[in-house]
Design a binder for this molecule. Structure first.
Ligand code: SAH
Length: 249
């Protein structure tokens, strides 16, 4: 980056911070919609399209979902930054690029039924809801599940269904699913989730022995029920837990 573009970027950051400071940021006095829209547009251009996300529908969905509504009040200024953010209870909302990458990896289509494991803030579920028919999402921590459910309802996402529980087991009575998106790190590919995939369906899941050693994998279920696994990129997700314990312990 040359001196002038660094200067320009710093000025943009300063201007954004000043706008946020001026608005005092109580819930009733958030910056105008156009402020967030501009931040979102920059995020899509620089962090997503600029780094190889190609699916136009995925880019449009990321440009539409109000990410700042999914982060705590105190983190709103960073809502569109190139990083994960804390959402309480020791959990995080993923970096925008990772959300877009995982969404693109399942090749989302209108009318599909998709299962997400790890609702967290509900952001990934909202992005999926813009692209497919119905989204079923499971969160282990009841407080996060309830908050996400309220948020998604308030924002008008009628096609997202939130449940508190252990996502390792999937949601058998709503399956089979066209795709499964797991947003917490598993030690292995959970058998119930693979079983709940339709033939031809795809699962995207971070797998590894520790947070420092995880790879994002795409698992495709063949029409004969066999599985094909592809490794995509190194990632760092919070662990998939089983009723308060880390999976496998
Ligand atoms: N997709 C989220 C971010 C997920 S963070 C978003 O868009 O904001 C990972 C989440 O997985 C955490 O909220 C964590 O509580 C949850 N989690 C961990 N183990 C789980 C399990 N067995 N079943 C369901 N959720 C689980």
């Amino acid at each position: 980056m040359n001196h002038f573009s660094r200067l320009r970027r710093n000025l943009v950051v300063l201007a954004c911070s000043a706008a946020l400071a001026a608005c005092n940021c109580s819930p009733a006095q958030t910056p105008p919609g156009s402020f967030w829209e501009a931040a979102r547009k920059r995020m899509v251009e620089r962090q997503l399209a600029g780094r190889g996300i190609k699916d136009e529908r995925v880019l449009a969905a990321m440009g539409k979902v109000p990410r700042h509504e999914f982060v705590p009040q105190g983190s709103r200024a960073q809502a569109y930054a190139d990083r994960p953010l804390p959402i309480g209870q020791g959990q995080t909302i993923s970096q925008p690029y990772i959300v877009a990458f995982m969404t693109e990896a399942i090749n989302p289509r209108r009318g599909q039924r998709v299962l997400e494991v790890g609702t967290g803030s509900g952001y990934q579920a909202a992005v999926l809801a813009e692209l497919v028919g119905e989204v079923y999402t499971i969160e282990l921590l009841p407080e996060l599940a309830e908050a996400a459910n309220k948020r998604l309802e308030r924002l008008g996402y009628r096609n997202v269904h939130v449940k508190a529980g252990d996502g390792y087991l999937g949601w058998p009575d709503k399956g089979p699913f066209d795709a499964v998106v797991v947003t917490c790190g598993a030690k292995e590919i959970p058998r119930p989730l693979f079983e709940q995939l339709k033939p031809g369906g795809k699962m995207v899941i971070p797998v590894g022995d520790s947070r420092e050693d995880q790879t994002l994998r795409v698992v495709t279920k063949g029409s004969d029920g066999k599985r094909e696994v592809r490794e995509l990129l190194p990632v760092r997700f919070v662990p998939l837990r089983r009723s308060g314990k880390v999976e496998g312990k």
